[in-house]
Design a protein around this ligand. Structure first.
Ligand SMILES: Cc1cc2nc3c(=O)[nH]c(=O)nc-3n(C[C@H](O)[C@H](O)[C@H](O)COP(=O)(O)OP(=O)(O)OC[C@H]3O[C@@H](n4cnc5c(N)ncnc54)[C@H](O)[C@@H]3O)c2cc1C
Ligand code: FES
Length: 259
């Protein structure tokens, strides 16, 4: 459930290019960092300007000391602008928002599939699994090797690329299916493009507890605008991705895939 959140003016400490068009910015955020949980997000807006007009949602990538990181692919107006800010400049953060991944328990074995900017959750999940005593295996997919961020984590990480330049040649769910023949995890988490989540729901949703972080576009991030509906499975009703999610048990939702 969504809990306490803050509107915080956060100073940029640094920004680095971590992979092709992919940046990690670290910000000083002493109010949000102590209470954020893996899978929660922040809404980011700019100081003294309404360009872009709407804030952008970013999963919290890491949170340690008083420093919060976001990882983003510079695809459009918001992300290109953030990547061009200098240390000392400020962003407005609203967060932590939403419902993150379920609590990890000691001794549990969790497989995590990430793709594209969904890889943002890798550091914060590793950190919380370390505290909880859970064992994570990451399955990290990208179009090509140049788009894979080399995370410094101790957890097992298998890669898959569409063009075969690193790891398994193919998609990440096919790789997980191959590895599943030898072992069965206690839970599966996913964060990435909708086709990846749809495939995870189909392959694992009915036999392994599977939790998916949806990428529904958001305008307010706080349940006000009703602009982030996610279809509930089994009835005509909708959840709100920003409040009820973005992480859902896969059996709770239906993806409305456009033809
Ligand atoms: C809960 C949640 C968490 C998110 N976490 C992250 C995160 O950790 N890192 C991150 O980078 N993004 C994340 N996003 C997406 C993010 O909010 C922005 O939509 C995205 O970064 C693009 O913003 P922009 O202003 O640069 O692009 P815009 O100017 O809004 O869009 C420009 C163009 O890029 C397209 N576009 C948008 N996103 C992508 C994409 N991922 N790949 C290719 N094209 C795209 C749009 O369709 C549009 O055509 C998250 C979204 C949600 C809802
Ligand atoms: S983004 Fe406004 S209600 Fe979810």
């Amino acid at each position: 459930m969504a809990g306490k959140s803050f509107l915080e003016t956060a100073v940029i400490l640094d920004t680095r290019l971590a992979a092709e068009r992919t940046y990690i910015s670290r910000l000083r955020s002493p109010q949000i960092v102590p209470i954020v949980e893996a899978g929660q997000f922040v809404m980011v807006s700019f100081q003294d300007t309404l360009d872009p007009l709407l804030p952008r949602a970013f999963s919290v990538c890491d949170a340690t000391g008083d420093t919060l990181s976001i990882l983003y692919v510079a695809v459009g107006r918001g992300t290109r602008k953030i990547s061009g800010l200098f240390p000392g400049e400020k962003l407005i953060l609203n967060g932590p928002l939403g419902t993150g991944f379920p609590r990890m328990e000691r001794g549990k074995n969790i497989w995590v599939a990430v793709g594209g900017s969904g890889a943002a959750i890798v550091p914060i999940l590793s950190r919380s699994a370390g505290k909880a005593g859970s064992e994570l295996r990451f399955f990290y997919g990208a179009r090509s090797k140049s788009q894979l961020v080399p995370f410094e984590i101790s957890a097992y990480t298998a890669h898959a690329t569409d063009d075969g330049t690193a790891g398994f040649h193919g998609n990440i769910v096919d790789l997980m299916k191959l590895e599943l023949k030898g072992a069965e995890p206690d839970m599966v988490f996913g964060c990435g493009p909708t086709p990846m989540l749809v495939s995870m729901q189909k392959e694992f949703g009915n036999r392994i507890p599977t939790y998916l972080s949806v990428e529904t576009p958001m305008a307010c991030g706080m349940g006000f605008c009703q602009g982030c509906p996610v279809k509930r499975s089994g009835d005509a009703d909708y959840y709100l991705a920003c409040k009820d999610g973005p992480v859902f048990r896969s059996t709770e939702i239906e993806f409305e895939v456009k033809p």
